[in-house]
Design a protein around this ligand. Structure first.
Ligand code: NAD
Ligand code: WQD
Length: 439
């Protein structure tokens, strides 16, 4: 019995109009998932939704196929109205112990004499109807949302130091309350946007970072020499409230999964997401002033900034500038779909599991700069300044876990990223008649 009149399944993407979310929503649609986006537009614009729709429409028209549903609710995910959003994506089903096919009269007899829709909506799954028929038939509330990808968070390291409460409220408290709501609706498939920042100062070890360097309960793992090692929770030197918020969220998720193994939670630890959709239509378009390397370079290319400050040229790296694992955002988006697929196929053996999403290769800040100079055929003025507080010199992913368990690996290279960023930057310039932008 489908009271909603439609039992089609949805993936809910919270923060789905932001940089990584928007690319993920597009990839989900392309993979035929119906998508419900919830975003309060605190760091994005509604126009992103139209751009996703345009790209998806083009994709499906080329294949002569129908596009899956794309729904949008502009809402803070901490709002009490989230309950009614979830209720709208619920339906009731009756299961019968009598057999798989239920006759209509059984359905009717399973319903209480006066079918109390209003009270049912407030009840949890598995309602005992207190009649003889209740032993045969069970009325259950189910959600059409089969998985949630949670991107919504504030992400500026610098701002988090100035306004820690803002960060803990949105990133941590928001997620805790939201998880309670999801549990109420029986939605227990959760993909969390984590970050390489959880490795803290440990990143500086100069080796690709294994997931075991940041665990939330004691774990035993085999090192590269096959020797069993025991790791304890905690990491060294988490330098910002933002970084701590990601670590805290992961710990909370790991505790929930331990208390109730029917959850399937994946924490995806992104390394340095860069690049954008190859069309040049979708990219990084925040309300906040950018502080990450590539968006800053893009603002120098558009003339919005006079030069790039290189933070630190004295790191122990081939050219003295810091090394990062830059991962193309479309590869990253595909990583989320791989996580959903692996979870649905039962390939993830633990109710909480963390995965690095990176390329496994490092590039220096200067290499990134040269790549963008070559692609754009423009000189990017630089100033060499001292190290930025809280930076690490090296941060590269060990990617074997994602390759093996999620059947996922990054495909795009740094020049691919540079080309797409330049393409997006030019498209933005052409569409913005701003005096400040000189293209
Ligand atoms: P983003 O700011 O572009 O996207 C976040 C989206 O969430 C925005 O559209 C914003 O409007 C929305 N949002 C924020 N708070 C909300 C709330 N309370 N309710 C509803 N919507 C809300 O950021 P992004 O770069 O796409 O990052 C997405 C996630 O990935 C974040 O959790 C971030 O911490 C994490 N992450 C990002 C990076 C990176 O370098 N971009 C690296 C590692 C991890
Ligand atoms: C990369 C390198 C800078 C800007 C941050 C967060 C991390 C994650 C990703 C969300 C560093 C140098 C940068 C500039 C520069 N975010 N740089 N001049 O610091 O690796 O990671 O974003 O989870 O948590 O800490 O990325 O792009 O800011 O910097 O020289 O104007 O580029 O010093 O070495 P970072 P980034």
């Amino acid at each position: 019995l489908d009271i909603a009149g439609n039992s089609s399944q949805f993936i809910m993407v919270v923060g789905g109009l932001g940089y990584i979310g928007s690319h993920t929503v597009l990839e989900l649609l392309k993979e035929n998932y119906n998508v419900l986006v919830v975003d309060d537009l605190s760091n994005s614009y509604e126009s992103v939704l139209h751009r996703i729709k345009a790209l998806a429409t083009e994709h499906f028209a080329a294949q002569d196929r129908l596009m899956p549903a794309l729904h949008f609710r502009q809402m803070d995910y901490r709002s009490p109205h989230m309950r009614s959003v979830l209720a709208n994506y619920s339906f009731y089903s009756i299961s019968s112990k009598a057999g798989p096919s239920i006759a209509m009269e059984d359905v009717v007899s399973a319903l209480p004499r006066r079918f109390p829709f209003s009270s049912l909506q407030r009840t949890d799954s598995g309602i005992d109807m207190g009649s003889e028929d209740a032993q045969q038939n069970t009325l259950r509330r189910q959600s059409r949302i089969t998985g949630v990808i949670h991107f919504a968070a504030y992400k500026s390291v610098e701002e988090s130091i100035r306004m820690p409460l803002r960060y803990y409220s949105n990133n941590v408290c928001g997620m805790v309350d939201f998880l309670g709501l999801l549990e109420e609706f029986g939605i227990k498939n959760f993909v969390f946007s984590s970050s390489a920042t959880v490795y803290g100062e440990g990143a500086n070890c100069g080796m690709p970072l294994r997931e075991e360097l940041c665990v939330h309960h004691p774990e035993i793992f085999k090192d590269d020499d096959g020797i069993e090692r025991r790791v304890l929770p905690g990491v060294m030197g988490l330098t910002s409230p933002y970084g701590r918020s990601k670590f805290m969220c992961e710990s909370i998720l790991a505790d929930i999964a331990r208390s109730d193994p029917s959850w399937s939670i994946t924490a995806l630890r992104y390394f340095n997401p860069v690049g954008c959709h190859e069309s040049g239509i979708l990219g990084e378009d925040p309300r906040q002033k950018p502080s990450n390397l590539i968006p800053v370079i893009a603002s120098v290319l558009t003339g919005a900034k006079p030069h790039l400050d290189i933070f630190g040229t004295d790191w122990n790296t081939p050219d003295g500038t810091a090394v990062r694992d830059f991962i193309h955002v479309v590869d990253l988006a595909r990583g989320h779909i791989a996580a959903l697929a692996a979870s649905a196929a039962g390939r993830i053996k633990a109710p909480f599991r963390a995965y690095n999403l990176g390329t496994g290769r490092g590039h220096t800040v200067r290499e990134v700069l040269h790549s963008l100079q070559e692609t754009s055929r423009r000189t990017i003025p630089v100033r060499e300044v001292g190290r930025r507080a809280g930076d690490v010199g090296f941060c590269v992913a060990e990617v074997r876990r994602a390759e093996t368990e999620l059947a996922w690996s990054a495909e795009k290279s740094l020049p691919d990223c540079a080309l797409d960023v330049w393409n997006f930057t030019k498209t933005r310039c052409e569409s913005q008649a701003s005096d400040e932008i000189i293209c």
